[in-house]
Design a protein around this ligand. Sequence first.
Ligand code: ADP
Length: 461
Amino acid sequence: MPDPHDQPTEHRIVNPATEEVIATVPATSPAGVDAAVRRAAEAQRGWAALAPADRARLLRRFATAVDAAVEELALLEVREAGHPVGSARWEAGNVRDLLDYAAGGVERLTGRQIPVAGGLDVTLLEPLGVVAVIAPWNFPMPIAAWGAAPALAAGNAVLLKPAETTPLTALRLAALAAEAGLPDGLFQVLPGAGPVTGAALVDHPGVAKVVFTGSSAVGRRIMAACAAGVKRLTLELGGKSPNIVFADADLERAAATAPGSFLDNAGQDCCARSRILVQRPVYDRFLELLAPAVRAVRVGDPADPDTVMGPLVSARQRERVRGYVPEDAPAAIRGAAPGGAGYWYPPTVLEAHQAGPRAAVEEIFGPVAVVTPFEDEADAVRLANATDYGLSGSLWTRDVGRALRVSRAVAAGNLSVNSHSSVRYATPFGGYKHSGLGRELGPEALAAFTETKNVFISSED
Ligand code: ADP
């Protein structure tokens, strides 16, 4: 049982661009978690009994409410997470789109009729009950919705535990759900410390499934805790994803797009392409092209629409990044960042010999990439797979056959060829190896929040 004394009674929410306290949010005690689970369980029974068309309609109303609040939600994200406002608007829109997409699935959540002798065999996809979504601080809104939207659509109640540093958008989303007419208690947000509020949720016998996105270390702990209750579990954990640039690639495009692939969200992105692998004949040329592209990234006030990269989310996160790469360490390319208040850290590219052993293999979760040369296709694949992670990756080549071979050979859940896209609400997302367990998003998203029940109906006289 988590100790309620391990957490303060409230969390102070800090604007990472200014270090000003912008809100205080009460933490949920284990007793509060227990009460929330009971309310959610009751709400879920009524929700699952609603006609599918009515559940879909309510979720569309929720989507409409989010749409009307995109600007407000985006500005909250700017203030609590330091995301550039353009990205924050996209994130709020992504929540709306996820809700719409999930609403469309409610009436399409079909089982199967399986040919058997002596009767009729059908499968029913039944909701699990109460689902806990434990969200991280890097993309507080979209990641909360990746779990919550399909879980609700499949007939479950959702208890969302936002990260300590970023609960404000989650709380606003819960208010919008209530305004849209979702039943009381069906979607609740429970702010609080991970080891207390989060652990109480994971351990609660009334929670049927846990969806966790965060660090691999905490993911392992949650997986072990879920074992006790044989709980269903989805894990979206870390990454150290490769960006493989072959000599035959469109080098200009590969270099122009590389900064976005590891600097988006100041590198606090589990899909960040933080290992740039470049075929040796074009290695020097690629670095020559990459340098001005990295230096051109505008780092500054996230509320300014021209800003491309904001601050890191917290002082703690900046200390972590500095622990891997001090800001005065030798670097192949270093961009600029503001001084003064705010958790700033400049875009940084290291050559392999400049990266310490930890920076080369561990997830830094900051705006740092390491560039390494490779010889041939086999060498590229070997380097790409030389990690415990397997979340994302990109490869740049004009050779279609090579694109297919390398896509098959790289052990990662989300690859893109001549692009860095990896997350779309309509396509599955998740990791190989230590990057996770299960998949979110895509056509199967709702099914991941159901139990399959097989029913055989005899046709014997
Ligand atoms: P970070 O260390 O970067 O904050 P975490 O993986 O610790 O990333 O956090 C991701 C989410 O997991 C947050 O919502 C956090 O509060 C929560 N969390 C952390 N520890 C636990 C735990 N022991 N049990 C449940 N949730 C936890």
